[in-house]
Design a binder for this molecule. Structure first.
Ligand SMILES: Cc1cc2nc3c(=O)[nH]c(=O)nc-3n(C[C@H](O)[C@H](O)[C@H](O)COP(=O)(O)OP(=O)(O)OC[C@H]3O[C@@H](n4cnc5c(N)ncnc54)[C@H](O)[C@@H]3O)c2cc1C
Length: 304
């Protein structure tokens, strides 16, 4: 594969794919580097109802595929590889990946975010064996059995509502005394008889044999310990930006997000960032796509 490009985009979610559509359509020789499935996080959404242009909604997987198809039509090239670092030269940037190194004049970083982990005993051991980070992907495996959801934000409560369609019981465990989810989502959850709430509580350990059997809990105010028999535990405690490979290269905020101006420019000329990876991103497919378009337009101006 050709190793020199005018623009290299890291990450093939809505931000990267939109950036790729714009740069390719502007006839810039562009390469998209994606480490997993093209489409990004949105592929996990069973149904996306808030992406304009689809009045009946669309599956997240299909939306990702269509975005990729549209960008490819204008010449965007894609390679499946993980970006592991960037070396800054005078005029060029070298992107290091698991499939070799690539040179670009401008770089758009759109590597998004991934689910945060609890970091407790049993979590890693039982991942895929009862521990999940995506109810949309895995809920159907938990028919007529009790499951737990850890978290209290919009994502966690939306996952609990989805799980209630399959599981016998859904216990939401949240470390604070109130949920953080928006009122409309909370109201839906309170009206769902299968959903129960354990507030002021945390999970200390996940236990089982081949698969998850129970979780150990601690009441935050009293310190009282208990155990709960569940077949699954869905962890939804926020997102971690995928910026580990950029440490020491770009300034990041304390949570690891990239700081940009409203042209999506970072502190380093020729390096742009777009989507969920940015500080203060609204973390939606449409805002990520908007950032991608903006980054591509200013990358084009930078190259001109
Ligand atoms: C279950 C679920 C449901 C959702 N539902 C909706 C919804 O209904 N409406 C909505 O607007 N939003 C929804 N979202 C949020 C939306 O998916 C995100 O806001 C959006 O995908 C962010 O786009 P992005 O391109 O910035 O990043 P991402 O979608 O996170 O894409 C980043 C891509 O970069 C890749 N990557 C990461 N690191 C590297 C690396 N080092 N090298 C190469 N590639 C890398 C990743 O594999 C990924 O494909 C949902 C999210 C989830 C998880």
């Amino acid at each position: 594969m050709n190793k020199g490009y005018e623009v290299i985009i890291i990450g093939g979610g809505p931000a990267g794919l939109t950036a790729g559509l714009y740069t390719s359509r502007a006839r810039l020789n562009s390469l998209l580097i994606e480490k997993g499935l093209v489409g990004g996080q949105i592929v996990n959404a069973e149904r996306v109802d808030n992406y304009p242009g689809f009045p009946e909604g669309i599956s997240g997987f299909e939306l990702g595929q269509l975005m990729h198809q549209q960008a490819t039509k204008y010449g965007l090239k894609t390679i499946i590889a993980e970006a592991t670092g960037i070396e800054l030269g005078e005029e060029q940037k070298e992107i290091k990946t698991t499939e070799g190194n690539f040179i670009a004049k401008a770089v758009i970083i759109a590597s998004g975010s991934e689910r945060r982990k609890l970091g407790i005993p049993g979590e890693e051991k039982f991942t895929g064996k009862g521990v999940s980070y995506c109810a949309t992907c895995d809920a159907a495996f938990f028919r007529e059995v009790p499951v737990a959801v850890v978290g209290g934000g919009d994502a966690a409560i939306t996952e609990a509502l989805h799980l209630a369609k399959f599981a016998s019981k859904v216990i939401v465990i949240h470390r604070r005394d109130q949920l953080r989810a928006s009122r409309i989502i909370q109201e839906k959850a309170f009206a769902e008889p299968k959903i129960q709430f354990l507030l002021d509580s945390i999970v200390d350990e996940i236990e089982g044999e081949d698969v998850v059997k129970r979780i150990k809990l601690r009441q935050m105010k009293t310190g009282e310990k208990s155990a709960l028999n569940v077949a699954g535990i869905f962890i939804s405690i926020g997102l971690k930006p995928n910026t580990d490979y950029l440490k020491g290269i770009l300034p990041l905020d304390p949570a690891g997000h990239i700081i940009t101006n409203d042209k999506m420019e970072t502190e380093i000329p020729g390096i742009f960032a777009a989507g969920d990876i940015r500080q203060n991103s609204a973390r939606q497919a449409i805002t990520a796509a908007g950032d991608g378009a903006t980054a591509a337009i200013y990358a084009q101006k930078f190259l001109a």
